[in-house]
Design a protein around this ligand. Structure first.
Ligand code: ADP
Length: 299
């Protein structure tokens, strides 16, 4: 079983002819509403890939909270430990998308920001039993640190999105940043070459292994003094939204099944590559048989 401690956001997406400047109003197109939030995306990614998943999080006592619990629960995720917080709004992301596909996003964390150590303690039984506990940076440090402390299995920490002032728990088994997040954690410029990524990742302390996701350039895996670059699978990406979330959810699934790290990373890369060929966040997340079929077609 996998435990995901994290955020649930209801995303509101509006197409705009261009992004407004301060003080300006622009007329947008029809609004679409999608379940999102890094925690929810990663949990749904893992559930679609066949894992048993328990979620620890918070929603508000509004319609959006019901939409989010229905969406995540409807994918088979156990929502026993998703608490409804009275008098608080559910997390929301307001996303404006320009014709060039450029996003500007306002995240209003709402109930996510109320998640604390007590929520994790209430879910201690789940955290102790989970083969893998997955954490990100859309809930307070206090919750993440408590979850890492209570976790009985592997702790996978995805330091996303980049949030100034946030600190990962003192020890995690697996740190999974992208280039930008790696730069934020190490206080360096965004590393470009493999050597730069390796140098930056070696500066990270308190992680058993580091898996740096490099978009279309694949993944760099560092364990002890060794490092390994795994190129991305060749696909025709149409929308890379939630590729990182798909990767983290899939990596947790493969590790929970006892696969060695390198093999788990390859499997997660296949799932994430598939997700880039489809539109949206949770709508793009592949099912297990699709990943197996995709891998069987590779040389
Ligand atoms: P994030 O969305 O968090 O920035 P990345 O863009 O690094 O994460 O993507 C995560 C993983 O998704 C990559 O390591 C890779 O395995 C896969 N991926 C992303 N973009 C592509 C692509 N263009 N082609 C194939 N795989 C991709």
């Amino acid at each position: 079983m996998i435990a995901v401690v994290g955020s649930l956001n209801l995303d509101l997406v509006a197409p705009v002819p261009r992004h407004p400047v301060p003080g300006e109003t622009v007329l947008g197109g029809d609004i679409a509403q999608h379940p999102g939030g890094k925690g929810a995306n990663q949990a749904v990614a893992a559930a679609r890939l066949g894992a048993g998943v328990s979620f620890v999080g918070r929603v508000g006592d509004d319609d959006a909270g019901q939409v989010m619990t229905d969406a995540v629960g409807g994918q088979g995720v156990d929502i026993t430990h998703v608490r409804t917080t009275a008098g608080t709004a559910t997390g929301r992301a307001m996303i404006a998308v320009s014709p060039a596909g450029e996003n500007s996003i306002i995240v209003s964390p709402g109930a996510n920001s109320r998640l604390g150590a007590a929520d994790c303690e209430a879910a201690a039984d789940v955290l102790r039993r989970a083969a893998v506990t997955v954490l990100q940076q859309e809930v307070p440090d206090e919750a993440n640190h408590a979850a890492a402390r209570l976790a009985g299995g592997t702790v996978l920490y995805n330091p996303a999105p980049v949030t100034p002032g946030t600190t990962p728990p003192p020890y995690v088994d697996l740190l999974v940043p992208n280039r930008t997040e790696l730069a934020a954690l190490t206080g360096t410029d965004v590393p470009r070459t493999t050597d730069e990524v390796v140098t930056a990742a070696r500066r990270l302390r308190g992680a058993g292994a580091v898996v740096v996701t490099l978009g279309g350039d694949g993944v760099l895996l560092l364990e002890g003094t060794a490092h390994l670059h795994l190129p991305a699978f060749r696909v025709r990406p149409t929308d890379t939204t939630a590729a990182g979330d798909c990767f983290c959810g899939a990596l947790a699934v493969a590790l929970s099944e006892g696969r060695p790290l390198t093999e788990a990373v390859r499997w997660a890369s296949a799932a994430a590559a598939l997700s880039t060929t489809r539109a949206g966040a949770q709508s793009s997340l592949p099912a297990r048989d699709e990943v197996e079929e995709f891998l069987s077609r590779q040389k």
